[in-house]
Design a protein. Structure first.
Length: 836
């Protein structure tokens, strides 16, 4: 092994200091304890809370467990090879990062009720790490859990490579105590390490880090009797609570202290101790709110972290872990078959099942619990009304007054778009995330929906990006942190509530699919199996959805009357607030071309469609709740939306829907940039199967010179002047969420009799195949799902490990393969071609 030299040893100090500064001085937010808000007081809710209490709810870490309780136990795994004195700089892994050269990582299988297995292919450290996490119910505090951590050196890694592994434990909360019991001698632990803790929410608990298997490194250096090599060491500390989330910063700080000590006392320039020994914590177990448990392995290793809840009775053992991991795997595979078995043409091949396992497990295993303060500008500055021409400049000036303040603390239980890049809640993404999750575990999906609606304010506003607490803020540039209560975002959670309603109607009808699911995980479907509980969810959600709907209609209203626009309804027209000449971030389709310059007289077709989605859902829920007058009222709005989509947004000339603005004479004017926006009334299910608009829209989708590509529907037409220009975020790339909507609507259309049945069936079949193949191919080549796909090359691009809405591909694979009777497809293709 190459021994490091003294100069690199010294260099190591410099960067240690630099990292320390960078990591440490992120301003912490002051948080105060606040009880969680009980949503449902029923027994089902209580049991669900117990079942879902623990999880890898710190998805920004490669592996970190915490309960979904505000101030509580935070744990996490760190590792890295230490062969040179500067290795730490690049090699210690903790938070998921895009630039660490991982050859893929994430859950191979995961079920939030039981656990699962994650593999991490760490090229830089020449090692594969496996984390097998299991949950064992019992007692009154959310049960016990365990994780088996396994390191396997790559074939081309020297077999005696030293890997430092640190299990980090932080205990928040003033009522909590946590103590590491002493080791075998002053220098460390030959066997297991035990921590004992207690807090009000968790009761008493024991955390055992087992000795495990593998060789802990030894050294001839006479430091050995001072620093304890060959043994596990524990350092117990007390830190200000607001620093506890910074596990890596704390580790580095403690290591630096150790290195400083070494320099003063023992460091012989001619004969330095080996790097791994230099970066060895002194053994100082005891009481504290931070505990660092460190092992240094030579070669492969394996050990367990066992969390036993006192009220659960018997303590969990390594033997239990072996059994539970195996059962979790079997149960996952069986449930997957029942819920997401890929259908033809993806059914024969194991590879698609593997893709499904991986993407779905990372979506559901990426669910996190977030707690803390949020930055909000509640100045309600008059500039935010955006009524003047040039309003975006006035609004920018108002924002620059920096009238934002911290609010909260709030809590949010949510899935996330991407563990390394977007480890926090996004309103527009979440509705898409929850569609596959709801198929697997409807009660979990409902829980997340409730969590989001708990964040809605009295006006009906929900911040589109949830950046709660200092840890979440540390990932977001300052200029994007503030949330504004006049900014909307697509209300996709309505999809999820309507999906639940549909499931509830089906299951009340006694047609709940007799899959293995329900029997194995009764809590996952408790609200369907007990329709009274299901209806109670709807009863609680309904007024919240109404409030959000009213907020949209009031704050995002568009102007029909001032411009003498001719429309069926003088009310149903809308304009996203928060526009600039280049962006409409609030719409979710950031840089998609809109009328330019922005104008107070502008109207947005996607926003009117979202209003339609909300009115339709509310009408259906009202129907299920027996509120006939409300049904009537929402149907009136829905009809008005449908008519106004045509009156205000349909372009006969372009054969598609378009945004509108007013011209120099203040006359209504359509501005058409063909792409996703042009399809919105179709994508959101607002067009009946005999709509005369469908023919031209299908043609637009099918046209290879416009939206069709072999890799999915392009966001913007190839013929548009802005195609592929500037940021090129929503100006050509293929996005899976929109393609999913298109596939679902084409499928609906193909099942109903009407003039477009055959053409829709053909497009459905081809688009479904193209999307799955595109996502699969990239996943196989790179180990990752991607944020978007290049329409020319099919390559995944932008954010890596984007297992948010890209995971919709599991639903797409599980959709039916339409019977392709010979001739039907040919006829349909001919029809589409004719229309071209
Ligand atoms: C969920 O369980 C935890 C731990 O038992 C408890 O502290 C918390 O209040 C519960 N939350 C709800 C909503 O019941
Ligand atoms: C429930 O059953 C009735 C009668 O069989 C049927 O008409 C209705 O469409 C079913 N509803 C659902 C949601 O399946």
């Amino acid at each position: 092994m190459a021994q490091g030299r003294p100069w690199s040893f010294t260099l190591a100090f410099c960067w240690l200091n630099a990292i320390f500064l960078a990591v440490w001085f992120v301003t912490p937010a002051v948080t105060t304890a606040d009880g969680t808000q009980a949503i449902l007081h029923s027994e089902v809710a209580r049991q669900n809370n117990q079942s879902l209490l623990w999880g890898p709810y710190r998805p920004n870490l490669y592996f970190g467990v915490r309960p979904r309780i505000p101030k509580s136990l935070l744990t996490g795994l760190m590792w890295g090879k230490i062969e040179g004195y500067a290795d730490f700089q690049h090699n210690i892994r903790y938070t998921c990062e895009q630039n660490e050269g991982m050859k893929g990582y994430g859950w191979d299988e995961y079920d939030p009720r039981r656990g699962g297995v994650q593999s991490i292919h760490d090229i830089g450290n020449g090692i594969d790490i496996t984390t097998s996490f299991v949950k064992v119910p019992g007692g009154a505090h959310g049960g016990s859990w365990a994780v088996r951590i396994k390191g396997t050196l790559h074939d081309d890694t020297p077999s005696d490579q030293k890997t430092i592994v640190v299990w980090y434990v932080g205990q928040e909360g003033e009522d909590a105590t946590l103590e590491a019991l002493p080791g075998d001698d002053d220098f460390g632990y030959e066997g297991d390490v035990t921590l004992q803790g207690r807090s009000e929410a968790l009761g008493g608990y024991k955390l055992v880090i087992t000795q495990g298997k593998g060789v802990q490194a030894q050294s001839d250096h006479d430091l050995s009797r001072i620093r304890g090599p060959g043994q596990t060491v524990v350092q117990s500390l007390t830190y200000p609570e607001e620093h506890l989330w910074q596990g890596k910063g704390i580790l580095f700080r403690q290591l630096k202290e150790g290195v400083d000590w070494l320099v003063e006392n023992k460091y012989d320039v001619q004969d330095p101790p080996p790097p791994w020994q230099v970066y060895q914590l002194a053994n100082k177990p005891g009481k504290g709110n931070v505990h660092l448990v460190q092992k240094v392995f030579e070669g492969d290793f394996e050990f367990d972290v066992l969390f036993s809840s006192e009220s659960a009775g018997a303590e969990i053992t390594s033997k239990d872990v072996t059994r539970e991991v195996q059962e979790a795997t079997e149960s996952f595979e069986e449930r997957f078959k029942g819920v997401f078995a890929p259908k033809a043409p993806f059914s024969d091949e194991k590879k698609y099942t593997k893709l499904g396992y991986s993407l779905f497990s990372n979506l559901i295993g990426g669910i996190g619990y977030f707690y803390g303060h949020s930055l909000v500008d509640r100045s309600h500055a008059s500039e935010y009304d955006e009524e003047s021409e040039g309003f975006w400049e006035d609004a920018a000036a108002a924002r620059a007054r920096n009238l934002q303040a911290l609010e909260g603390p709030y809590e949010l239980f949510t899935s996330i778009p991407s563990r390394p890049f977007f480890p926090r809640g996004f309103l527009w993404d979440e509705g898409f995330h929850l569609l596959p999750i709801a198929d697997w575990d409807p009660d979990l999906a409902l829980d997340i929906v409730h969590s989001w609606y708990n964040l809605m304010d009295d006006d009906g506003w929900i911040a589109r990006e949830q950046i709660l607490g200092a840890e979440a803020r540390s990932k977001v540039p300052a200029e994007f942190q503030t949330q504004y209560p006049h900014y909307a975002n697509p209300p996709t959670l309505f999809f999820v509530v309507e999906d639940f309603l549909e499931k509830l109607l089906k299951s009340s009808n006694g047609t709940r699919g007799g899959d293995a699911n329900t029997a194995r995980e009764p809590l996952a479907t408790a609200s369907l199996a007990n329709p009274e509980v299901g209806r109670d969810h709807l009863r609680r959600l309904y007024p919240l959805l109404q409030r959000q709907f009213d907020w949209f209609r009031k704050t995002q209203a568009g102007d029909i009357k001032s411009y003498d626009r001719e429309a069926f309804s003088s009310r149903e027209a809308y304009r996203w607030r928060g526009r600039t000449p280049t962006h409409c971030l609030t719409s979710g389709l950031d840089d998609y071309p809109r009328p330019n310059p922005p104008h107070p007289g502008e109207l947005h077709v996607d926003l009117l469609s979202w209003i339609g989605v909300m009115a339709k859902s509310l009408g259906r829920i009202a129907g299920a709740l027996g509120l006939d007058e409300d049904v009537e009222a929402y149907n009136v709005i829905l009809t008005a939306v449908g008519k106004n989509l045509d009156d205000l947004h349909w372009s006969e000339e372009h054969g598609c829907y378009c945004d509108a603005t007013v011209d120099a004479f203040e006359e209504h004017q359509l501005v058409c940039h063909k792409g996703y926006i042009s399809l919105f009334p179709f994508l959101t299910g607002l067009l009946p199967p005999d709509s005369p608009r469908l023919g031209p829209l299908l043609k637009l989708m099918a046209d290879e010179e416009e939206l069709w590509s072999p890799h999915g529907l392009r966001s913007l037409s190839k013929k548009d002047e802005f195609y592929g220009t500037a940021e090129n975020y929503w100006r050509s790339p293929v996005w899976i969420n929109i393609n999913y909507l298109a596939i679902a609507q084409l499928h609906n259309l193909a099942l109903q009799d009407g003039p477009h049945k055959a053409a829709a069936g053909d497009l459905y079949t081809r688009l479904r195949r193209n999307i799955v193949d595109t996502v699969y191919k990239n996943w196989e080549e790179t180990g990752f799902a991607w944020e978007q796909y290049n329409p020319e090359t099919g390559m995944g691009q932008r954010t890596q490990h984007f297992t948010g809405w890209t995971s919709l591909v599991v639903k797409i694979m599980a959709m039916e393969d339409l019977p392709a009777e010979a001739g039907k497809t040919a006829a349909a293709e001919a029809e589409v071609r004719d229309e071209l």
